[in-house]
Ligand binder design. Structure first.
Ligand code: GDP
Ligand code: MN
Length: 399
């Protein structure tokens, strides 16, 4: 199970990993008693990442703005999850953001140190630059320094990053953790480093040995939300097709049909079936939104096949989520292109061509909506597969 950011940061603080002064906020009016000087950052405490992108992280300059922003964040579900608390933290002036992690690799049964100079909210950029070092024998500071060097760091910054990695590793071992992640590690203009966000995954089987962690987790109520915990599964490096479905069976069947028809999937994502989740209409909307975001962040995906079977909400509601998502993306793209027209085609913000097949009620309405949004909408799965292959071929020809 995961800890919330403020809980992870408590562990960091105990371990001597640099964190900013912060205060837990249980209700907006707590901000009137804030002891941290402004400017302050307010952060939604939810289990899902990507809060920055959707308005769950806000900077404020004074108490009036802080109370208003807190109200907004408390009422903003992230992937269907409402925060129960916020974290108020001093603002940090970072001009670079790194990614650092210590993770248990179960297939080789060893801890691995991970690091990238491209941390922050662009996951793809971090992945492109990711370096790793496997801790093959008993840990020594040498492993941490090797990773910092592989990341391309030198001098004092190399030493301070290595020292943080060492502390992360010690925390990882002491508390039997599955993951300790800092993203971003803020680097100031004078090369001071600060953990701006933290993620800790506890090994549930080791909880008996760690009563303090068990106590933290006991206060969690997991039934009230349904985050999208899955990530797109990467397939072929030269594939161009993305597949987004709800339910494992549907996902696999769609994938098989695409492959049989000669298509090359780049990745697929199951946003969760209706039966295995304690599903709510809102949860489905949020998971679809998040799924679209994740799939369109993957650069290889040039054609996205969305195949959903819904009894929770009518198809026109699903179509609404898709069109709203596209409208938002197009606005973002325009924003980018106004600044740097050349980044338009190559960037992660690129919008793939979409083929959509929906099963459920109100399908005709959905069709009208999606046709206006320049999305190919089809009735049968066979048609969806055929259309996807046609588009993928034309994309491959044009690139
Ligand atoms: P996430 O989007 O859920 O991973 O939330 P983060 O805590 O990583 O915050 C998102 C982004 O907000 C970060 O990548 C930073 O760019 C920025 N951020 C968060 N906290 C601070 C802070 O204290 N100071 C500054 N300057 N930026 C911050
Ligand atoms: Mn983060």
């Amino acid at each position: 199970m995961d800890l919330l950011e403020y809980q992870a940061k408590e562990l960091f603080r105990e371990m001597g990993i640099p964190v900013l002064p912060s205060q837990r906020i249980d209700r907006p009016k707590d901000l009137k008693g804030l002891t941290i000087p402004y400017p302050v950052v307010l952060k939604s405490q939810v289990y899902i990442g990507g809060r920055g992108r959707v308005g769950g992280v806000r900077f404020v300059e004074n108490t009036i703005d802080a109370v208003a922003a807190a109200q907004t964040i408390f009422n903003l579900p992230i992937m269907g999850e409402y925060p129960k608390v916020l974290l108020a933290e001093a603002k940090y002036n970072a001009d670079r953001e790194f990614y650092l992690a210590v993770v248990l690799n179960r297939s080789i049964r060893r801890p691995v140190l991970l690091g990238s100079q491209q941390g922050g909210i662009d996951v793809q950029a971090a992945m492109d630059q990711m370096q790793h070092v496997i801790v093959e024998r008993e840990f020594s500071p040498y492993y941490a320094r090797r990773l910092a060097l592989k990341m391309g760091l030198q001098g004092d910054l190399m030493i301070s990053v290595a020292s943080i990695l060492e502390k992360m590793y010690r925390l990882f071992v002491q508390k039997d953790l599955d993951l300790v992640e800092i993203n971003p590690l803020g680097v100031s203009p004078s090369e001071a480093v600060m953990a701006l966000d933290g993620k800790v995954t506890v090994n549930d089987d080791a909880l008996a040995r760690h009563p303090s962690l068990a106590a933290l987790l006991e206060t969690q109520d997991k039934a009230s939300f349904e985050p999208l915990t899955e990530l797109p599964v990467m397939m072929e490096a030269d594939g161009q097709i993305g597949i987004l479905c709800n339910g494992a069976g549907l996902t696999m069947a769609t994938m098989d049909l695409i492959c049989q028809a000669g298509g090359k999937p780049a990745s697929f994502l199951n946003i969760g079936g209706e039966t295995q989740w304690n599903s709510s209409p809102d949860g489905l909307r949020q998971r679809l939104e998040r799924g679209l975001e994740l799939m369109t962040q993957t650069r290889q995906v040039r054609v996205l096949l969305v195949n959903l079977v819904s009894s929770l909400i009518p198809c026109d509601e699903i179509a609404k989520v898709i069109t709203a998502f596209l409208r938002h993306r197009i606005r973002e793209l325009r924003g980018v292109s106004e600044i740097r027209p050349d980044t338009l085609i190559t960037h992660t913000l690129r919008i793939p061509q979409m083929v959509v097949r929906l099963v459920g009620s109100e399908c005709d309405r959905a069709k009208t909506q999606l046709a206006n949004a320049q999305v190919t909408i089809v009735d049968t799965l066979d048609d969806a597969v055929a259309q996807t292959i046609v588009l993928a071929k034309s994309v491959a020809r044009n690139s």
